[in-house]
Design a binder for this molecule. Structure first.
Ligand SMILES: [Zn+2]
Length: 343
C-alpha cells in the first residue's frame, strides 16, 4: 500500500478542541448535544486531520474525535448490554471502574463508525487508518452475567467487530487497527484464545489490519502499574511468537522511553511494525534526533520497508500544542532516518 519508506502515523486518539470536550482529560464528556454535537464532531475531525497533514503525517486518522471512550462507544451499539445495570470491576488488573453488564446475547445492531469513516475519506487523499477496540480488551471493560466465559464473549464481540470492519473497509479505510492493551496483561489468555478471536475479527478483510498493544495512556493507574513490571518489560516476548503466526499484517507497539527491550522485535520479524517513537506519558516534546535513534534501534530487527514510525499510544490527554509538537518531531525524526537509508 505505502510506496513511501517509513510512513508515519499515530497509534490512536488525538486531543479534542476545547469547544467539543474538556481538554487534557481522558474520556471527557461532550460539551454539545443533538445536531450541534454531530456537526461539532465533524468540525473537530477536520481540525485534527489538518493538524496531522500540516505536521506531515502520512497515514491519517480521525484522532478518535467522534468517541468519548475507545471501547464504550462501540459497545453502546450492541444488543445484550445493559448500561443501567452497573458493576464495579478491576480493569486490566489495574483500576476499578463502574461498567455495564452483559445480560443477553451480544450482537451489532447498527453501524458505529461507518459514517464518520466516510466523512474522513471525503476530506483527504492520504491513506486512512481506523481504530476499533479488540475483543479481549472489550471483555475486560464489562461485567458478564450471560456467557460466564471470557472466551465466548470475546468470540461474539469478534463477530460484531468483523461486521463493522467490513463496512469500514467498504467506506475506504486502508488500515483497520484493533486496540488490545489487554494483550500485555492476560498473557496466557492471549495465546489460548485472544489471537484466535482477533483473527475472527479480521476474517475476510482485504484491507490491511493492525493490532495495537501498548502500556496505556499516561494516567496515574498506568504509571503505578508500570512500576510493578520490573526493570525490563518482557510481556511482548510471551505473545509475539503467536502473533507472528497470525494473519494480522501490522503490529503497533510501544518502543520509546519505556523498558521494552528492542530485541523482542526479532520475534515478529516479517510483520510490518508500527514502532512507537513518541512517548505519550510525558509532556516533553521529543527531539527529531531522539525519534531517529529509536527508529534506528528498531531497524536492526524490522526491515526498512516494514517499519512504520508511530506514537506509543494515543495523545488525547495532552494539550493540542504538545501533541502538534510531538507529531512534528515524529515526522522530522522519520525524515532523518529516511535520508540515512537513501544515502
Ligand atoms: Zn495504546
Amino acid at each position: 500500500m505505502m510506496k513511501k519508506l517509513l510512513p508515519t502515523s499515530t497509534a490512536g486518539s488525538l486531543p479534542k478542541p476545547s469547544w467539543l470536550a474538556e481538554p487534557e482529560k481522558l474520556w471527557s464528556p461532550w460539551k454539545l448535544e443533538g445536531e450541534d454535537l454531530v456537526s461539532g464532531k465533524q468540525d473537530a475531525l477536520r481540525v485534527t486531520l489538518q493538524e496531522q497533514e500540516n505536521a506531515g503525517i502520512d497515514i491519517v486518522s480521525d484522532g478518535e474525535q467522534t468517541r468519548q471512550h475507545f471501547v464504550t462507544t462501540f459497545i453502546e451499539s450492541l444488543s445484550g448490554v445493559d448500561f443501567d445495570k452497573r458493576k464495579t470491576v478491576r480493569i486490566r488488573n489495574r483500576y476499578d471502574a463502574s461498567v455495564p453488564t452483559v445480560v443477553g446475547p451480544v450482537s451489532r445492531q447498527k453501524a458505529v463508525f461507518v459514517e464518520d469513516a466516510k466523512f474522513l475519506r471525503k476530506q483527504t487523499k492520504q491513506p486512512i487508518k481506523w481504530a476499533l477496540p479488540g475483543p479481549m480488551t472489550m471483555v475486560d471493560t464489562l461485567y458478564d452475567e450471560h456467557y460466564k466465559s471470557r472466551e465466548k464473549l470475546a468470540w461474539e464481540f469478534a463477530i460484531a467487530l468483523n461486521k463493522e470492519a467490513k463496512e469500514l473497509e467498504a467506506a475506504g479505510v486502508d488500515i483497520i487497527q484493533f486496540d488490545e492493551p489487554a494483550f500485555n496483561v492476560f498473557i496466557d489468555e492471549v495465546n489460548e484464545w485472544g489471537i484466535k478471536c482477533l483473527e475472527r475479527a479480521i476474517e475476510g478483510l482485504k484491507c490491511e489490519t493492525a493490532v495495537h498493544i501498548c502500556y496505556g495512556y499516561g494516567i496515574q493507574a498506568n504509571t503505578d502499574w508500570k512500576k510493578t513490571l520490573g526493570s525490563e518489560w518482557r510481556q511482548y516476548e510471551e505473545t509475539f511468537p503467536s502473533i507472528r503466526e497470525s494473519n494480522i499484517d501490522i503490529v503497533s507497539l510501544e518502543c520509546h522511553n519505556g523498558r521494552v527491550p528492542v530485541e523482542v522485535l526479532e520475534l515478529i520479524r516479517g510483520k510490518k511494525v508500527m514502532v512507537g517513537a513518541i512517548d505519550v506519558a510525558n509532556e516533553t516534546i521529543e527531539t527529531p534526533e531522539e525519534v531517529a535513534e529509536t527508529l534506528r534501534g528498531a531497524l536492526k530487527y524490522v526491515d526498512a520497508d516494514k517499519l512504520y514510525p508511530c506514537t506509543n499510544c494515543g495523545m488525547a490527554p495532552l494539550s493540542r500544542k504538545i501533541a502538534r509538537g510531538k507529531l512534528e518531531a515524529l515526522r522530522a525524526g522519520a525524515d532523518i532516518v529516511r535520508r540515512e537509508l537513501a544515502a
